[in-house]
Design a protein around this ligand. Structure first.
Ligand code: URA
Length: 429
């Protein structure tokens, strides 16, 4: 086999054979294909696409590049959720303990943030003492003891994707439906979950800006999951504006704890409950049947909060400790009075990133206290001269750059100019 021949084939729109796909992924993982050749192939795939058989084989080859975890011997059925990434998307934090409190086991391997979307591990690491890296045995023990675990994926899991994702990130080849599908599904299948719910984001703060593309991404991933015997469903959810009122690491942990305590913003609660119900049903534990608690009840009665505290303690964290706060804050005032008719998720995510909540390179450290508080969400009234955003950072020189990102991020108008958007747009099963 020859990398150039495979690049030329895809460049000319020819379907790759299973043997070519297996060879290219295995050789790339072993370091036998040059990064510039893999970049060219990724761009050819980005431009020409892959059909269902090619995506399935590409996923399989990436899955086979590493180890596979197996939790099928646990007493509880396993289920997991994966989000394609958004702004203020702290849903994994309240969701995992809620689903655990309702009776399923949740093996959740999460990532760190890169670019304008945050990462679950960065958020949790703002809790003093909490540890993201666990061995497979430790991971299993935390699930047995608490019902759920959120931790970093070990380097043995889908190593082909680890390498390829880093390459795509710097070659403009991330936003490709076949490549995103294979990337996400190879990791989720390697994680060994019995069922999976995908939260496919649509809107300015998401990879997929329109519903048609998001639906195609959802369909591709749902088919891959089901073809592998993992019951998979997807919800298409709105990411035109940020989720909740807090964007940033410790800020989002605090908001997640509000939700787990029975309060918190309505959109975060709605999405947590919708995804939890899907996860439990996919795991064969339909809420309301055979004594299975409804997730809304687990948030109300304190059982989800107890699961959260158990999970945090099991990974060395102190759930009662004060969270880190940024050294500096600055308030942005509303320029006019009226109703917020639009709040751009991408721009808010970019501002939080510029304040230090995210990283520019994989090896950068994040600021736990940095981020943005939204004082008004779409549909809410603001008064000229009252706070619209509060910005937090450890380095005051970042304020100007972050405020620039927010220019034009928020439209204020008459109540009749605002149209409510559904949070859950569609379901793909
Ligand atoms: N998340 C992933 O894990 N992979 C992608 O390609 C995009 C988002």
């Amino acid at each position: 086999m020859d990398a150039i021949e495979i690049i030329r084939a895809k460049r000319d729109g020819v379907e790759l054979t299973p043997e070519q796909i297996d060879w290219v992924i295995a050789a790339y993982t072993r370091g036998e294909i040059a990064e510039e050749q893999m970049s060219a192939l990724a761009m050819a795939i980005f431009l020409k696409g892959m059909n269902r058989a090619e995506v399935a084989r590409w996923t399989e080859a990436m899955l086979d590049s590493g180890e596979r975890l197996d939790f099928s011997d646990l007493a509880r059925p396993t289920t997991d959720k994966h989000s394609t990434g958004g702004v203020g998307d702290k849903i994994t934090l309240p969701l995992t303990p809620t689903v655990a409190a309702c009776g399923a086991a949740v093996p959740q391997l999460s990532g760190r943030g890169l670019g304008h979307t945050g990462g679950t591990l960065d958020k949790l690491e703002s809790i003093p003492g909490w540890r993201a890296s666990l061995s497979t045995e430790e991971m299993r023990q935390v699930i047995v003891d608490t019902g759920g675990v959120i931790c970093a994926a070990g380097s043995g899991l889908a190593p082909a994707d680890r390498k390829l994702y880093a390459l795509r990130d710097v070659t403009g080849t991330v936003e490709s439906i076949p490549l995103i599908s294979a990337s996400i599904m190879s990791k989720k299948l390697a994680e060994g979950t019995g069922s999976l719910v995908l939260d496919v984001k649509v809107g300015s703060g998401a990879f997929m800006k329109d519903t048609t593309a998001a639906r195609e991404l959802a369909r591709t991933m749902v088919d891959i999951g089901n073809d592998h015997g993992v019951r998979t469903v997807a919800l298409l959810t709105d990411m035109e504006s940020p989720l909740g009122r807090q964007v940033g690491n410790a800020l989002e942990v605090a908001e997640a704890v509000e939700v787990l305590s029975g309060g918190g913003p309505a959109d975060v609660v709605e999405l947590t409950v919708a995804l939890a119900r899907e996860m439990l049903t996919a795991a064969g534990l339909t809420p309301g049947e055979n004594g299975i608690k409804d997730p809304a009840e687990a948030l109300r009665d304190g059982s989800a909060l107890e699961s959260w505290k158990d999970m945090i303690r099991a990974q060395g964290g102190d759930p009662e400790a004060d969270l880190p706060e940024a050294a500096e804050s600055r308030v942005v005032l509303a320029p006019t009075s009226g109703v917020v008719t639009r709040l751009d998720a991408y721009q808010v995510g970019l501002a939080a990133w510029r304040l230090g909540a995210g990283r520019a390179r994989k090896e950068d450290a994040v600021s736990f206290g940095a981020g943005v508080t939204l004082h008004a969400k779409p549909g809410e009234e603001v008064v000229a001269g009252e706070p619209l955003f509060t910005l937090y950072t450890d380095e005051a020189e970042r304020f100007g750059w972050a405020a620039e990102a927010l220019e034009g991020a928020c439209d204020i108008g008459g109540a009749d100019e605002w149209t409510p958007r559904p949070l859950v747009i569609d379901r793909v099963a």
